[in-house]
Design a protein around this ligand. Structure first.
Ligand code: ADP
Ligand code: MG
Length: 496
């Protein structure tokens, strides 16, 4: 794909734009901790970003936004189907202790009765702009020759981050374009006079704040607080969490947000006999998990006890354990099988919108079908990604490594901890990577579009179902290979 302006920029334009954009990033609060491991360190820098917004075909952007409410409902319906969740995860939990830990909490709460029937979901559905099949495709009923397709990598149902930074990044990119317009030379190169029209509005932060407040109101106690569950150590992205936390309290001063780790909750929280949760004497209305999605977040039994205590309580969880499980890779693989979506979505158009975003996903269950997947993936491992039931990046397996692992696991139940997915080949575009302490680097890049969804329901009664803005992250394809390295930088879409 072509970058939004011809590259490279001449060195003097480049230098002044780079300095200006970095300053904008700092002024906008696009910050991260440079040395989070060191407790005494308050060192902060700008969060790495790309200098230019990435081109995103408008029709794909619209498609991603249009399907979000379907996904919100799908997660809710899946999470309420105990037979389906159990069947999907029954092999996984035999071999994956972490998923088993989550599932046991789910089972326990199902057995004793769910104390809080209201579910709050803040999801992010992630997509790559696939170039694999440059073929005729159908979008919203319109058949056209399209170069790119929207393909979902996954939907995140826990700790779906980035809402605050997404908005900030657009305002770093937009004024930056205003600077460009003042420069006739670059304007001529750019060939457009109204770049702001290409940068879409993004209300990601507000949408999520609204979701939390709606849940807090529905809980119905003026004195109750919202708890953010965070990691024990200050993490790099603490500011993105803080944006959310402070925005809630700024806009709704009667609400207090407090941050606690699972360990602190295990030590200090109290679950009353009526299932009301108290933390340091304050009733808890809403619990928002920004941690709890990785085995590292449960170093001891204490953390598991805290998760169970929260789940058993009357507090509204974001997400509840069943939403968390509905977002596992295994469940997503099962949803991609023929005929499965129809079990959850009655509207065929809704099914069509969701299915259009699916890449092929394949089971590794023991049996014939799983055996076929093993053979297929070992024959051409470069066409697939192997995914365990983990979140947070850096866990996927690619290429020859798939072969090595399958060689070892192919006859063992251990293989059912993973799923196999068709490799999506994203569009590549040149861009300048801006990293603290480094000169801007012109590299190949590919972006991943995340669209947020905010949802609240009690059983079949849906209170809130919204598409809630977007978050674009971009990988360096030149040096990183562009895949799953956890080095993605912040970006914003430039619709073309
Ligand atoms: P995680 O839960 O760890 O974020 P993901 O499924 O989102 O797991 O995968 C992590 C990253 O791997 C994605 O951000 C994307 O860059 C890459 N990735 C995931 N699935 C695919 C795929 N099918 N094809 C190509 N790249 C993928
Ligand atoms: Mg992901």
């Amino acid at each position: 794909m072509e970058p939004v302006v011809p590259l490279p920029l001449d060195p003097s334009t480049m230098d002044s734009l780079a300095v200006s954009a970095k300053d904008q990033a700092i002024l906008n609060g696009l910050a991260y901790l440079t040395d989070p491991q060191n407790d005494s360190s308050d060192l902060v820098s700008f969060k790495p970003f790309v200098l230019l917004p990435s081109p995103v075909p408008r029709f794909l952007f619209d498609q991603a936004r249009a399907v979000q409410k379907d996904f919100n409902l799908l997660v809710h319906r899946v999470s309420h189907d105990r037979a389906f969740l159990t069947r999907c995860l029954s092999s996984v939990i035999k071999v994956d202790n972490f998923t088993a830990g989550l599932f046991h909490i789910y089972e326990q709460v199902q057995k004793e009765g769910v104390a809080q029937p209201i579910c709050l979901g803040v999801h992010r559905s992630d997509y790559l702009l696939d170039t694999t099949n440059n073929a005729v495709m159908e979008t919203h009923g319109v058949t056209a020759n399209r170069q790119f397709q929207l393909k979902q990598t996954e939907i995140n149902t826990i700790a779906a981050a980035g809402a605050g930074f997404a908005e900030k990044m657009a305002s770093v990119h937009s004024p930056f374009f205003i600077l460009l317009f003042t420069c006739r030379h670059v304007l001529n190169l750019l060939g457009v006079t109204n770049a702001y029209k290409h940068i879409p509005e993004n209300r990601a932060l507000d949408s999520q704040v609204e979701g939390f407040v709606a849940a807090w109101e529905r809980y119905g106690s003026q004195r109750a607080i919202i708890v953010f569950v965070v990691e024990e150590e200050r993490c790099r992205n603490v500011f993105s969490q803080r944006l959310m936390e402070f925005s809630v309290m700024e806009k709704y001063p009667s609400i207090t947000v407090r941050r606690y780790s699972l360990r602190q909750i295990a030590e200090d929280a109290e679950l009353k006999s009526d299932k009301t949760l108290f933390m340091h004497g304050s009733e808890v209305a809403v619990v928002y998990f920004r941690a709890g999605y990785s085995p590292d977040h449960y170093p001891t039994e204490k953390e598991w006890n805290a998760r169970l205590m929260i789940e058993r309580s009357r507090a509204i969880k974001c997400p509840c354990i069943s939403y968390h499980l509905a977002g596992t890779k295994k469940v997503q693989q099962e949803l991609a099988q023929p005929g499965v979506l129809e079990r959850f979505l009655e509207d065929p158009k809704s099914v069509g919108r969701v299915r259009a975003t699916f890449a092929g996903q394949h089971t590794l269950e023991m049996g014939l079908e799983g055996d076929r997947t093993v053979q297929m993936a070992m024959r051409s491992p470069e066409d697939y990604v192997m995914k365990p039931q983990r979140e947070g990046g850096g866990n996927n397996i690619y290429g020859e490594d798939i072969k090595t692992i399958l060689d070892e696991l192919k006859n063992s139940e251990e293989r059912t901890a993973y799923i196999i997915m068709d490799l999506i080949c994203p569009a590549v575009v040149q861009n300048y990577f801006m990293r603290p302490g480094h000169r801007p680097k012109l590299l190949g890049s590919s972006c991943e579009l995340g669209v947020f969804g905010v949802f609240m329901a009690e059983g079949d009664q849906v209170f809130h179902n919204k598409q809630g803005g977007h978050y674009l992250r971009t990988n360096d394809t030149t040096t990183d290979g562009g895949i799953d390295v956890g080095h993605a930088v912040v970006d914003s879409p430039y619709l073309v």
